[in-house]
Design a protein around this ligand. Structure first.
Ligand code: NAD
Length: 505
């Protein structure tokens, strides 16, 4: 296994590039249409300047993955799994360094980055372990004939990711794709390019076949070229609905399998019998992690009228206590927004909501930091009251720390309002009534529903959306279904029976 000392040297030169990772090597693109300037959200200063991959470079990455596919798919599943398990060990042994890079890339607080990176080790361990369980079926047929069904990889999988959980998004795709015998080309978000390359070094040192995992850097055009490449067999996308639509169209053109992990506007329903402290903890987890830039956030918080007052008081008290600032400081809970344009978009939603009659109970402003953090965009977590479903802030995904507090009086009303959205990624119910908890969970139109908690994503559990939040599932064994296709082999044990088509004379 690569020693930590070696990796440390690697980390120290990570930010100097080169930025692509092809055939087991960090490399610069063979063609490039310019560079993208990546800023560190915490400071607003330049983090790295990365060449944008052009069509020849995309082709080189896909060709590398295609060449590796022949051997990688023929490794026994256990052998593939062993390499992934080793990658999990390397991640665990270097967690602090990888988490630090994640903080530089995203602006999220270090305590959160550690959880993200640790979840990547979980994913490699899990898929490494279950790779050998990917078995087929034997189907007995008349006259001793039979068919067997095997699960085969697609070939080259293209992964494209968003910026809010960069390393986790990449691993949630790479681990199951590689475990099931595919090879992989990943294009990270142009805002968070760093750890995808680090993963390349980690997988290489874990013994993963060179060329099985590749990274190309670029913006939307590079992603689009990757989706359109004829040698890519499967598209696995995480991002916005509007880009997801384009990726799906690209898939349609080439009749490629497509998985989409898109946005959300999830409901968090808190009944009158719920434990108030746990409900407030749930609301904080559902809204203020990663500066609110979480796809599954429960931003529509429905609270039963009877407990609205005590709930609101405690929520306000706890929100005021959140510490905003340098994401590397251990006691900081809220870091920096990804970049200025996004912060301005979040603030704009709040401004428009105010014009429509919403009341700002707390926050929703830029906190001007001093010194080296003065160019970072730090927003105070926001609680809006006096909101309703005709407002944009309640209808659309804000993707920032903006909690909309809504009240309800009956279970039917809560369910109806919870489902009043084009999204269906997640939701939650807080109640002590076990029957109500399951009754309401069943009726919430979403891919994940938490009962008495929020925003937990263990690797073993599938995650993905209903309605416009996506197609397909990541995590658990369900992810393997999305990275494999079945092959049926029909075996005739007697003579061919073709009826009157064939006659003896
Ligand atoms: P985005 O759609 O703007 O970009 C996502 C990725 O797509 C980027 O890498 C981008 O370069 C690439 N891209 C852009 N145009 C493309 C094209 N035509 N073809 C191929 N790729 C293209 O999204 P974002 O702003 O990076 O991320 C925020 C969104 O992601 C939010 O809506 C959030 O809810 C969603 N998200 C969903 C999940 C999930 O698991 N459901 C997880 C994280 C984020």
């Amino acid at each position: 296994m690569m020693s930590s000392v070696f990796l440390r040297r690697f980390f120290s030169r990570t930010l100097n590039g080169p930025w692509n990772f092809i055939a087991g090597e960090r490399c610069s693109p063979v063609d490039s249409s310019g560079t993208m300037k990546v800023t560190e959200p915490a400071t607003g200063q330049l983090l790295c300047d990365i060449p944008i991959s052009g069509p020849n470079e995309i082709d080189r990455a896909v060709s590398s993955a295609k060449a590796a596919f022949k051997d990688w798919s023929n490794f026994s599943p256990r052998e593939r799994g062993n390499h992934l398990t080793r990658a999990a060990e390397i991640i665990k042994n270097n967690l602090e360094d990888i988490a630090s890079l994640e903080v530089k890339d995203t602006g999220k607080a270090i305590w959160e980055a550690r959880i993200d990176v640790s979840s990547c080790a979980d994913a490699f361990e899990y898929y490494g372990g279950i790779a050998p369980t990917l078995v087929g079926q034997h189907i007995p047929l008349p006259n001793g004939s039979f068919a067997y069904v095997t699960r085969e990889p697609y070939g080259v999988v293209a992964g494209i990711g968003a910026w809010n959980f960069p390393i986790q998004t990449c691993v949630w795709k790479a681990a199951p794709a590689l475990a099931s015998g595919n090879t992989f080309v990943y294009k990270p978000s142009q805002f968070t390019p760093v750890n995808a390359v680090v993963l390349g070094e980690i997988l290489d040192s874990a013994g993963v076949l060179k060329g099985a995992y590749n990274v190309v850097q670029g913006e939307g055009d590079s992603g689009s070229m990757l989706c359109d490449h004829p040698d890519v067999g499967k598209l696995s996308f995480t991002g916005s609905v509007s880009t997801g639509t384009k990726v799906m169209n690209a898939g349609a053109k080439g009749i490629k399998a497509v998985t989409l992990e898109l946005g959300g506007k999830s409901p968090l329903v808190i009944f009158e019998d719920a434990d108030i402290v746990n409900s407030v903890k749930g609301a904080l987890m559902a809204n203020f992690l990663s500066q609110g830039q979480v796809c599954s956030n429960g931003t529509r918080v429905f609270v039963h009228k009877k407990i609205l007052k005590p709930f609101t008081e405690l929520l306000l008290k706890q929100t005021k206590k959140l510490k905003i600032g340098d994401p590397f400081q251990e006691d900081v809970t809220v870091g920096a927004t990804i970049h200025e344009a996004h912060a301005r978009k979040v603030l704009q939603y709040i401004e428009e909501a105010k014009k429509e009659g919403a009341k700002v109970l707390y926050g929703g402003e830029r906190i001007q930091m001093s010194g080296k953090f003065s160019e970072g965009w730090y927003l105070s977590p926001c609680i809006l009251t006096n909101v309703n479903h005709t407002m944009k802030v309640v209808e659309e995904e804000v993707f920032g720390s903006v909690l909309c507090l809504l009240e309800f009086e009956s279970e039917e009303e809560a369910i109806q309002l919870a489902n009043q959205t084009r999204f269906g990624l997640a939701g939650a119910v807080f109640t002590k009534d076990i029957q109500r908890a399951h009754r309401v969970s069943k009726q919430i139109e979403a891919g994940s529903v938490w009962i008495n908690t929020y925003n937990l994503y263990p690797t073993e559990v599938p995650f993905g959306g209903y309605k416009m939040s996506g197609i397909g599932r990541e995590n658990g064994t369900w992810s393997l279904d999305n990275f494999t296709q079945t092959k049926t082999v029909y075996v005739e044990m007697g003579d061919v029976d073709c009826g009157p088509l064939y006659s003896e004379d």
